[in-house]
Design a protein around this ligand. Sequence first.
Ligand code: ADP
Ligand code: MG
Length: 329
Amino acid sequence: MLAIEATGLTKHFGPEIRAVDGIDLRVEAGQIFGFLGQNGSGKTTTVRMLTTLLRPTAGTARVAGVDVLANPAEVRRRVGVALQEVGLDELQTGRELLTLQGRLFGLPAKEAREVAARLLEVVTLTEAADRPIRGYSGGMKRRLDLACALVHGPEIVFLDEPTTGLDPVTRDAVWQYVLELNRERGVTFFLTTQYLEEADRLADTVAIMDRGRIVAEGSPAELKATIGTDVVTLTFGSEADAGRAAAALNLFEGVQRVLTAGSEVAVYLPNGAAAVAAIVRLLDEAGAPARTLVLKQPTLDDVFLRATGHHLDDGSPRAAEAAAPGGTR
Ligand SMILES: Nc1ncnc2c1ncn2[C@@H]1O[C@H](COP(=O)(O)OP(=O)(O)O)[C@@H](O)[C@H]1O
Ligand SMILES: [Mg+2]
């Protein structure tokens, strides 16, 4: 059964901004579907359309088998959603908020209180449950928002960047809980993220979004297998050096592909270990000596780079390094 199905889903804001530019989605029930892309790639807009909060410019979508345009109320009953911008009433306590949510979804008072207590336990907010939300940390608000999305026992849950800005311990707790709900209760997750590691760890299927389009899709293992080779990543003192090196490397025997991003060059080739010495010699001869050289098996970042032509600027130290102008660090 398909939990989410979309065809040609599109959202334009005016004539200029093609936030989501005709995407097709097929998410099997019981999956964790990772929607990976950097800021502005169209992730939130997609979630808003799928959860009936935003009307598509074109295309169709069915969630839990229900058409989002024909029957939005039914879709909302069947899904839970935790959006990126958390809109919580700061004066309420966490317990009050969760109980109210349960009542809004039609639970009797007693059951709403029970569900609230259980979810507070799950997101480890029991101790803070009776304090006003305004005193909660960012991580606590995130976890409370996640709990809100789960109050009515939805079969499909949309999480929009659930761990962005969270400390590693809280992030692990969220991951753990998502996996538990998925494995033990069969909840389907549509999870947007700008963290490669998160997509790799959690998702059964990953779709890579770039400027409103899906540019690659598959399981993390399948996606890495499409690279099919080792990757030698080289950094240079300048973009000019990187350009000269890329030109020379393109002619190197066995090289399948050379990608340049700023002063960094990625070379895809089988059996990279055997080629490293010859590559270093070649670059010296080309007058473009490498500052650093790393040989590795492909990662989702390599998949992302190949699909989009740029690194995922996910705020990690490695991405910041790659983006540093002129390789001066
Ligand atoms: N309400 C809106 N009006 C105009 N432009 C918007 C609106 N919402 C989003 N956008 C634009 O659409 C693009 C995709 O945004 P968004 O879906 O929020 O991306 P993401 O969640 O991947 O960061 C961005 O260029 C953003 O500025
Ligand atoms: Mg977003």
